[in-house]
Design a protein around this ligand. Structure first.
Ligand code: HQG
Length: 269
């Protein structure tokens, strides 16, 4: 079940980004090689960082290939005073209840491994409720390597033609690839946190792109306490990364943002 993988190394990436570091970090991530040609999946959407693979069905994905993330430019530009669009950040509010009770068009976010398993924790609940989304997630994982997926995201719009129940829920599913594997071979806390910021940022950019292209509209964003269960990362640390290290630039801001802020409702039972 679990892939064999050496125990997490003791020297994970340093993790003390500033907002500006974070602002540019995602854009500098290595791009995936050319996208594998893919069979049309029955489910809706998918995307990886540099995967230009769209074309799954009418709901269409959000390909990051035309992502509008700021181009990687010499770091010297960081200090220029050229006015940019004011950055947008994420603000978390806490709620008690069932995350799945969300109205249609809500984006539900959870953390995932990169090997294609929704086998435990809230992922298992996602799998039961959104079987076609699980199929898309799994196929997506099988087309890429853990190192290609880590720190990326997958946005799965509600199915247009799948089973009635899942379609009726009308939820967007947001997968954050925050650990390469799961169980005992999951990534270290530091690695998971280092992957969380870029994955959240990419997901927000995917939503923005989807909306810009007229392919959908996210009304609200809900998230579980990502990484805090089976991945064993204290919730406060993930919260800090999401609120302090994710800075959205031009083209990365979902339409539900208000006043330079995207509200992410964190739901816990
Ligand atoms: N049914 C339910 N309804 C509502 N809330 C539920 C719930 N079950 C748990 N929660 C809460 O949801 C938060 C996150 O806790 P989780 O342990 O789920 O996720 P995580 O982000 O730490 O880890 C990700 C890996 O867990 C999975 O399982 P596998 O690796 O496949 O085995 C994935 O696939 C990944 O790999 C915690 O606040 C839990 O209290």
């Amino acid at each position: 079940m679990s892939g064999k993988r050496p125990a997490p190394q003791g020297g994970p990436r340093q993790h003390k980004q500033t907002k500006l570091d974070s602002f540019f970090s995602a854009a500098s991530r290595p791009k995936k090689p050319s996208p594998a040609e893919e069979e049309a999946q029955p489910g809706p959407v998918e995307t990886t960082k540099a995967q230009a693979s769209e074309a799954i069905n009418p709901t269409q994905p959000v390909s990051p290939s035309t992502n509008t993330t700021p181009k990687q430019t010499p770091t010297t530009t960081l200090t220029t005073s050229t006015p940019r669009l004011p950055p947008t950040t994420i603000h978390i509010t806490h709620h008690t209840g069932d995350i799945f009770s969300a109205p249609p068009a809500t984006l539900l976010i959870h953390a995932c491994n990169t090997v294609g398993s929704w086998g435990g924790g809230i992922a298992l609940a996602f799998r039961a409720r959104y079987p076609s989304a699980y199929g898309i997630y799994r196929a997506h994982c099988l087309r890429s390597t853990p190192n290609q997926l880590i720190g990326t995201a997958l946005l799965i719009p509600p199915p247009v033609s799948a089973q009635g129940k899942e379609k009726a829920l009308g939820h967007y599913i947001g997968c954050l690839f925050t650990s390469r594997r799961y169980g005992k071979t999951r990534d270290s806390v530091e690695e998971i946190l280092a992957a969380t910021g870029p994955a959240v940022r990419e997901l927000m950019g995917m939503v923005a792109r989807l909306e810009r292209e007229g392919k959908g509209r996210v009304g609200a964003v809900r998230m579980c306490k990502i990484n805090s269960g089976l991945f064993a990362v204290p919730w406060e640390e993930s919260q800090r990364v999401v609120e302090e290290e994710v800075v959205l630039g031009e083209g990365e801001v979902p339409g539900c943002a208000v006043g330079g802020c995207v509200e992410v409702e964190v739901w816990d039972r």
